[in-house]
Design a protein around this ligand. Structure first.
Ligand SMILES: NC(=O)c1ccc[n+]([C@@H]2O[C@H](COP(=O)([O-])OP(=O)(O)OC[C@H]3O[C@@H](n4cnc5c(N)ncnc54)[C@H](OP(=O)(O)O)[C@@H]3O)[C@@H](O)[C@H]2O)c1
Length: 182
């Protein structure tokens, strides 16, 4: 069974979204998200991104499904909306992970939001790491990142994750990695 990782950008008040969108526009941070969720060791494989229905439809129409990755959308009512044929709609996280476990072509599994999906995933036995971008400002938000369980500890960034505080559009942010202590 493959482990799962979360990736999220969170502002100082714990917010991740507003009105179906991101509260900020940080192009370099979005490139980091793209690079991390696409990265594979075996070039014949690709990664899966699992997201809630609102996160999927929050991605601009021209940019979804997220390219180069298997997009899995969680919804309790897969027939309520139409999805392109290369998107997999699943009724639960468990169902999504079972589909992935059956497939040989998926290398890494990324949970990309929103709130309830993060919450369920971070409490799963299969959860390994949370890649969290700390945005050093307060934004008005209506969607929040759940409390990280105390079983996760911040570890040293690896070669793919810059240490230094980043600056973009006058905003400061920093990449952190939390890992579950077994
Ligand atoms: N800052 C970040 O890194 C980040 C990342 C992701 C999202 N966001 C933001 O967060 C907001 C969206 O997040 P959200 O929490 O409101 O919604 P969401 O999790 O993206 O979507 C919620 C919907 O997903 C489905 N769902 C969730 N858990 C499920 C489960 N276990 N099984 C089956 N279906 C499930 C349900 O769809 P149905 O109603 O169809 O059943 C539910 O209504 C947006 O503002 C977005 O921009 C930010």
């Amino acid at each position: 069974m493959k482990k799962i990782n979360l990736i999220v950008a969170v502002c100082e008040n714990g917010g991740i979204g507003i009105k179906g969108d991101l509260p900020w526009m940080l192009k370099k941070e979005l490139k980091y998200f793209s690079r991390m969720t696409k990265k594979v060791k075996n070039p014949s494989k690709r990664n899966a991104v699992i997201m809630g229905r609102k996160t999927y439809f929050g991605v601009p129409e021209t940019k979804r499904p997220l390219p180069g990755r298997l997009n899995i959308v969680l919804t309790r009512n897969p027939n309520a909306h139409s999805y392109p044929s290369n998107v997999v709609a699943c009724c639960s996280l468990q169902e999504a992970l079972s589909e992935i476990d059956k497939s040989e072509e998926i290398e890494n599994v990324w949970i990309v939001g929103g709130s309830a999906v993060y919450e369920e995933a971070m409490h799963s036995d299969r959860c390994h790491r949370i890649y969290l971008t700390e945005i050093k400002k307060i934004f008005e938000c209506d969607t929040f990142f759940p409390v990280i369980p105390s079983t996760f500890k911040v570890i040293e960034n690896d070669d793919d994750v810059p240490y230094e505080v980043q600056e973009e559009e006058g905003l400061m942010y920093q990449y952190k990695i939390y890992e579950k202590v077994e």
